[in-house]
Design a protein around this ligand. Structure first.
Ligand code: AFP
Length: 332
């Protein structure tokens, strides 16, 4: 049997790849793993909350307020970052504004984290996979001062690390520091992540497409032509591709990363700028996709090169296997 490698051992071994590494980023990744275990534990109890422990937003049997799971997740990550001391500020999909941490240690820290604490949260009530997505940048403001908006509004090319935690049939943490993509599965019995998916590569081609086809009438002719191609016998497989749409981007992306596929959320009249958030969803997944050999674009521009202008900016997204995204773009 090959030796089991824990996430911690892996992070420490990779730290040596960065000649001037101080260990800060390694500690930050460990903080993320720690918070994700808390959230994973809470997600596993989600079905009990309404019926046994008390309704979300109401009180439990001890008279304590039951928080909604996305708020629980947001707080778990913010607390981990605040206490860890490696982060000077955060921005989260749950909060209108970014948060600059006040302590002196935080103001001396080098990193900011942008994250979606619980992507796909409308799936919680129906027991479908959800996840946390994160993106780490070095600050651009001076060390020793409060984090600024400019620290948060950096192009995706500036990411130092990015990843996600999928709370699915098992909990898996996938991340990159720009040196390949690796996945770690949580053993819930001992609360440890183990390397389960080393050096993940997204297949160059696939036969899965993920799109909300309820919006079909609003899609532009090029996208409709691409979907017709997917559904025809004229593609490289000689038979229609399979449609797979979970409605949790992180889960759809993870499946396509492993099996090959394309995920599309274009700009539609109901969401003219796109639905998905550039900073919390698209940039981190684009970094991972590219590191695994895939492609991510908004239809015109590489996602990672879009200069953000607002914290909650939305964009259209085509992400997945290289040849599939290129084919979809070829029809553009
Ligand atoms: P929620 O977190 O509000 O459930 O949104 C999920 C999401 O951002 C992404 O994870 C899904 O792929 C997408 O929205 C689903 O959007 P539609 O319901 O419009 O298909």
């Amino acid at each position: 049997m090959s030796k089991l490698i824990t996430l911690h051992e892996f992070i420490v071994s990779r730290q040596k790849d960065f000649p001037f590494a101080t260990g800060e980023l390694s500690r930050l990744l460990s903080d993320i793993a720690f918070a994700s275990k808390i959230v994973s534990n809470d997600v596993r109890k989600a079905g009990l909350v309404d019926h046994i422990l008390g309704a979300q937003g109401g009180q439990n049997i001890q008279g304590e307020e039951q928080q909604k799971l996305d708020v629980v997740a947001d707080n778990a990550f913010i607390n981990a970052f605040r206490n860890g001391g490696e982060v000077c500020g955060i921005a989260s999909e749950e909060n209108d504004d970014f948060v600059a941490f006040e302590s002196q240690a935080a103001q001396n820290a080098n990193y900011v984290v942008l994250f979606d604490p619980l992507d796909g949260s409308s799936n919680i009530d129906v027991n479908v996979s959800i996840g946390t997505i994160f993106s780490i940048y070095r600050r651009v403001s001076a060390q020793g001062s409060r984090a600024t908006l400019a620290d948060m509004l950096q192009a995706g090319t500036q990411q130092v690390a990015a990843g996600y935690v999928l709370y699915g049939s098992s909990t898996i943490l996938v991340y990159t520091t720009g040196n390949g993509v690796n996945g770690f599965t949580l053993d819930p019995a001992i609360g440890e992540f183990f390397l389960s998916h080393p050096d993940m590569q997204m297949p160059e081609n696939g036969r899965l497409y993920s799109v909300n086809e309820g919006n079909l009438n609003d899609f532009d002719p090029q996208l409709r032509a691409y979907l017709a191609y997917c559904q025809s016998n004229d593609n490289q497989t000689g038979k229609p591709y399979s449609g797979r749409y979970i409605g949790s981007l992180v889960a759809d992306f993870h499946r396509n990363l492993i099996k090959g596929g394309i995920y599309i959320y274009p700009c539609v009249p109901a969401a003219p700028e796109g639905r998905l958030r550039l900073l919390y969803e698209c940039n981190p997944l684009a970094f991972i996709a590219e590191q695994a050999g895939g492609v991510a674009t908004n239809g015109k521009t590489r996602i990672l090169e879009i200069e953000p202008s607002a914290l909650h900016q939305r964009v259209g997204l085509y992400i997945g296997s290289k040849l599939m995204v290129e084919k979809a773009m070829g029809l553009h």
